[in-house]
Design a protein around this ligand. Structure first.
Ligand SMILES: Cc1ncc(COP(=O)(O)O)c(C=O)c1O
Length: 371
């Protein structure tokens, strides 16, 4: 709409403190895996994952990859993953030589359905990667029980869920390891970056070796590794952001509650509002609606009205060309339905005065137009 400033679907909160922190690192001359990275690991883990150990890397994808390798995933190993996620979850399995086995999601939370995980297990299953999608934790009680029963490793994909909790315990501290992303649109950013978290000293050591060419001591390479190091420039940004994470999470929760109240009042037709599972401490990375019919036209109409909207994710990963050889042991009706129907609208802490009302009115108008 002309004259109206669009409300973006995401707005990274970068200010003077981040700029000053970056300038200080540049002036220090120590740019990679120095004291800023060590401090970021300590501070992130103390604040977000109840004191587990953290290995900072250069992306969330790297954290998933290193995590799976450190958990011992290798060629031919089957790893159960959701198909309704960002492709990185399954890519990491493939990058280890493993086989992604796609299981369906719960239609309310959009997270891995434990019953579907159980139905996908074979004697070759070695691990499961629950994704805490849109900031809502997966049912870690039932997934943890399945893993214990069948001897599986659990790597949490917590890329979208910094600070989320399940039964009061933080995600990233519930499985054998957790992988976080600090991409700019995430609940906190370091520019690019990721963190693997674990309480297992063996996993921690292997992950530290893997991120740096297999070396602890310079030129004494113990294993074949990668260069997944985080820079101090990125860590410095992450440390500043961490100090505001709790405040931003509170804002996301307030915005989500206000959106739900406004959309409920308006009685928008053909739209299902997001729900939080009992036991879940949701951090609202996304506020995701289900649109009964005409989702793509609905996204277009919202965009035309100046409200950033997006379908995360419009195609199940098992239907992507890259994963055509993944295993789909059972049909994935909830994944396919979600991919066809979801639409996320802005919930980020950058929303200003009156934005929630504007978003709700646009959703209402678009829904009525297309009903
Ligand atoms: C669910 C999920 N897993 C993994 C990733 C990968 O993180 P990154 O983009 O930092 O590599 C992302 C984010 O992009 C994600 O949303």
């Amino acid at each position: 709409m002309s004259g109206v400033v669009p409300i973006p679907i995401a707005r990274p909160q970068i200010g003077e403190q981040e700029q000053a922190a970056v300038a200080a690192v540049l002036a220090s001359g120590r740019l990679v895996q120095g004291s800023e990275v060590a401090a970021f690991e300590e501070e992130f883990c103390a604040q977000v994952v109840a004191g587990r150990r953290g290995i900072a890397v250069n992306s969330g994808t790297s954290a998933l990859h290193v995590g799976l390798l450190a958990l011992g995933i290798g060629p031919g190993d089957e790893v159960v993953v959701p198909s309704f996620t960002f492709a990185a979850t399954a890519n990491a399995v493939r990058l280890c030589g493993g086989v992604p086995v796609f299981a369906d999601v719960d239609p309310v939370t959009f997270c891995l359905d434990p019953a579907a995980v159980e139905a996908a297990l074979t004697p070759r299953t070695r691990a499961v990667v629950p994704v805490h999608l849109f900031g809502q934790p997966a049912d870690m009680t039932r997934i943890g029980a399945l893993a214990a029963e069948h001897g599986l490793r659990v790597l949490e994909d917590a890329a979208q869920a910094h600070g989320a909790t399940w039964q009061g315990a933080p995600v990233g501290a519930l499985g054998d390891a957790g992988a976080f992303s600090f991409y700019p649109t995430k609940n906190m950013t370091s520019g690019e970056g990721g963190m693997l978290t674990t309480a297992d000293a063996g996993v921690e050591r292997t992950a530290r070796l893997l991120r740096n060419q297999g070396m602890e001591e310079r030129y004494r390479n113990e294993i074949v590794g990668l260069n997944y190091r985080m820079t101090d420039v990125h860590a410095a940004i992450g440390r500043v952001q961490l100090r505001r994470l709790a405040e931003w999470t509170a804002a996301r929760r307030r915005n989500a509650a206000a959106l739900t109240a406004a959309l409920t009042d308006l009685g928008v037709p053909g739209i299902t509002l997001p729900r939080t599972a009992s036991g879940a401490g949701h951090v609202w990375h996304q506020y995701t609606l289900r649109v009964a019919a005409g989702r793509d036209a609905f996204v277009e109409e919202l965009t035309r009205r100046g409200v950033g909207a997006a379908a995360y994710y419009p195609v199940g990963v098992h239907r992507l060309p890259a994963h055509a050889d993944g295993v789909v042991p059972n049909p994935l009706p909830h994944t396919d339905a979600a991919a066809a129907e979801v639409c996320s609208i802005p919930v980020h802490p950058g929303l200003g005065e009156g934005d929630v009302e504007r978003i709700a009115e646009a959703v209402d108008a678009a829904a009525r137009l297309l009903a």
